[in-house]
Design a protein around this ligand. Structure first.
Ligand SMILES: Nc1ncnc2c1ncn2[C@@H]1O[C@H](COP(=O)(O)OP(=O)(O)OP(=O)(O)O)[C@@H](O)[C@H]1O
Ligand SMILES: [Mg+2]
Length: 386
C-alpha cells in the first residue's frame, strides 16, 4: 500500500526559523507497509480514527534524531508485523541546511542494529544529533509531574540533546561507568584502583551533565517566567546533588566531592545493588507561578498547560539562541485543552514559525488553525492530504 500526499512548498528560511521535514517516507514501520507524506516546514495536522496510524508517523519523525523515539520502544517493536526490518527516509530542513536523512533497522549478519544515512552516506545514529531538534508531548507524559523523577529527568535531558548532542554522549559514558562500577561491587571485586578510576570518570561526566542541566534551567527560566495567558508562567528548579552544588562551588570541587562520596559509599551501594547518589537521581521541580503551587497539585488540564509552557519556552529559547525552532510533536494535545487554550496553542505554534505535528481524532478540534496548518487524513495507515 503506497500513499502519497503532496502540498505546495512554502519558503521558510531554514537558517532563521524552522527545522522540519518536507518529505517523509516510511517502509515496514509499525502499521505502515509504505507511505509518503509531503509537506511544508509548517504546522501539520493528522486526523483519523483510533488505531489509524497517527502516532506511528510522529514516532517515525522522532526517530530522525538519536535515541529511542517518543515511545521509547525497542528497534524490533517498530518492525511491521510480518516484516524483518524498517526504514524511514526524509528530506528535511536541518540546522545544517537541506539534507536527506535516513534511519532504519539493519538485520544483516543476524545482528539487529540501527543504521543512519545523511545525504547518502552511512553514519552511526549518533551523527543525527543536532541536525533535526525534536521535542514531543505524548499522552503518556500526562503523569510526568505525578510519577517518579526518572521521567522528568529524561524530559530535561531530551530537551538538552536537541541542541547539545554531547549531552547524550556524556550521559551514555556516565551510565556505562556507573554500570561497570556496580558490577565490580556486586562481584565483590574490590579493586580500589579500578573502582577509583571508574568513580573519577563518573564524576567528570556527572558534573558535565549537571552543568548542562543547570545552564539549560537558567536559560529556559527566563522564557518560562514570561509565559502568559493560556500557558502559565512557571518557576523551575533542579533538585540534585551536583546541580545544587554547582550553584555555589567550582566544578572541580563538585567533581572531587562526588568521587569521594562514591568511594565512601561502595559498601552501601554494593548491598543496595544501585548507586545511591548522583546526577542519575536528579529531579526537575516545576511550580505554577500564578497559583503558587507545585505542578503536581495542579489539575490535569493545568499540568498539560504547564508541560506545553515548558515545550514552548524551550522552543523560544532555541529560536532566540540558535535561530532554529525545533520540530514539535504534539500527540493528542488538542483534545485535552479547552477551546481558548487550543486556539492559543495554534497561535503560539504559528508565531514560532517552525514545524509542529499535531494529532487528533476529530478534525473539528483544529478549526481555528484554519489555513495556517496543512491537513492530512489518516485511515488504515493510508495518508490522504486535505
Ligand atoms: N509493529 C507493528 N506492526 C504492525 N502494526 C503495528 C505495530 N505496532 C503498532 N501497530 C499498530 O499500528 C496501529 C496504529 O497505531 P497508532 O498508535 O499510530 O494509532 P493512532 O492513529 O495514533 O491511534 P489513537 O487515536 O488511538 O492514538 C495500531 O492498530 C497498532 O496496533
Ligand atoms: Mg495515537
Amino acid at each position: 500500500m503506497v500513499a502519497t500526499a503532496t502540498k505546495d512548498t512554502a519558503i521558510i528560511d531554514p537558517v532563521t526559523r524552522g527545522a522540519g521535514v518536507r518529505r517523509l517516507m516510511v517502509t515496514d514501520f509499525r502499521s505502515y507497509t509504505s507511505a509518503v507524506l509531503e509537506s511544508d516546514v509548517g504546522p501539520i495536522v493528522l486526523t483519523g480514527p483510533n488505531g489509524a496510524g497517527k502516532t506511528n508517523l510522529l514516532e517515525a519523525v522522532s526517530m530522525l534524531s538519536p535515541g529511542r523515539g517518543l515511545r521509547r520502544a525497542t528497534l524490533s517493536a517498530m518492525v511491521r508485523n510480518g516484516a524483518t526490518r524498517w526504514a524511514i527516509a526524509a528530506e528535511a530542513e536541518t540546522t545544517e541546511g537541506a539534507c536527506a536523512i535516513g534511519t532504519g533497522l539493519n538485520t544483516d549478519n543476524g545482528m539487529e542494529r540501527r543504521v543512519a544515512r545523511i545525504d547518502g552516506e552511512t553514519v552511526g545514529p549518533a551523527a543525527l544529533g543536532g541536525l533535526l531538534p525534536v521535542s514531543w508531548l505524548t499522552p503518556q507524559m500526562d503523569r510526568l509531574f505525578l510519577d517518579g523523577a526518572s521521567a522528568r529527568r529524561r524530559f530535561v535531558d531530551r530537551l538538552i540533546f536537541g541542541f547539545d548532542p554531547g549531552h547524550a554522549t556524556r550521559s551514555n559514558a556516565y551510565e556505562k561507568a556507573m554500570r561497570e562500577r556496580l558490577r565490580l561491587l556486586k562481584d565483590g571485586r574490590m579493586d580500589t584502583a579500578w573502582l577509583s578510576a571508574l568513580e573519577a570518570q563518573m564524576a567528570e561526566h556527572g558534573v558535565a551533565i549537571a552543568a548542562a542541566r543547570r545552564a539549560w534551567s537558567l536559560r529556559i527560566g527566563g522564557a518560562l517566567r514570561q509565559m502568559t495567558g493560556a500557558f502559565p508562567a512557571a518557576e523551575i528548579a533542579l533538585q540534585g546533588l551536583a546541580e545544587e552544588a554547582l550553584a555555589t562551588q567550582p566544578a572541580v570541587q563538585v567533581e572531587e566531592d562526588l568521587a569521594t562520596r562514591w568511594r565512601d559509599g561502595r559498601g552501601l551501594d554494593r548491598h543496595a545493588g544501585r548507586t545511591a547518589a548522583g546526577p542519575h537521581r536528579s529531579d526537575l521541580l516545576v511550580r505554577h507561578v500564578a497559583k503558587d503551587i507545585p505542578a503536581e497539585q495542579c489539575s490535569t488540564g493545568e499540568q498539560k498547560a504547564l508541560l506545553i509552557s515548558l515545550i514552548l519556552a524551550d522552543a523560544r529559547m532555541q529560536l532566540a539562541e540558535r535561530g532554529v525552532v525545533p520540530i514539535l510533536l504534539l500527540d493528542e494535545v488538542a483534545a485535552h485543552l479547552d477551546s481558548a487554550r487550543r486556539s492559543a496553542l495554534f497561535d503560539e505554534i504559528s508565531e514560532l514559525g517552525g514545524q509542529a505535528w499535531l494529532t487528533g481524532t476529530d478534525r473539528q478540534l483544529f478549526a481555528t488553525f484554519g489555513t495556517r496548518a496543512q491537513y492530512f487524513g489518516i485511515d488504515g495507515s493510508l495518508v490522504t492530504p486535505g
